[in-house]
Design a protein around this ligand. Structure first.
Ligand code: AMP
Length: 135
């Protein structure tokens, strides 16, 4: 079964398409987190960032930058979040890789929470396990 983004790619359902090339497309997110919220989506269907070939992934970021520059001119936001959810637990609802480009304004409703109570030992353990996995 096709993903919703494959249906958009194949023009089977409508979208607010902003940009397309051979590898990616970008359109307005149907649920606007903030004014101008866009998605950059691969044309081929890969489940998420971790399943996506590097050349597609890097092109998604380049196009995300291009879209953000246009949003900056058009809407004058004060910043952006570039975000890609991996897995249901992280909030992924469409299992076809995409990058959210979310313009940020002085008064908007978007919140992320970060925790500052990680101990020195926790950081050391994290460093050890992730560095080991990287090598
Ligand atoms: P995620 O939750 O990270 O998987 O993001 C999926 C995003 O796709 C959500 O922000 C949805 O609002 C968006 N979305 C779902 N269907 C459509 C659609 N038909 N057109 C545009 N955006 C969509």
């Amino acid at each position: 079964m096709k993903t919703i983004f494959e249906k958009i790619r194949d023009k089977e359902i409508p979208s607010y398409m902003l940009y397309e090339d051979d590898l990616v497309m970008s359109f307005l997110d149907i649920s606007q987190a903030t004014k101008g919220h866009c998605l950059v989506v691969s044309k081929e269907s890969y489940k998420d960032v971790l399943e996506t070939p590097d050349h597609v992934l890097s092109h998604m970021m380049v196009v995300g930058k291009k879209i953000a520059e246009a949003i900056r001119v058009a809407l004058n936001p004060k910043g952006f979040n570039f975000l890609s959810n991996v897995g249901e637990i992280a909030g992924q609802t469409v299992f076809h890789v995409h990058l959210h480009v979310i313009p940020r304004y002085v008064k908007d409703d978007v919140t992320f929470s970060f925790h500052e109570n990680t101990s020195e030992k926790d950081f050391d353990d994290l460093l050890t396990s992730i560095t080991k996995a990287l090598s």
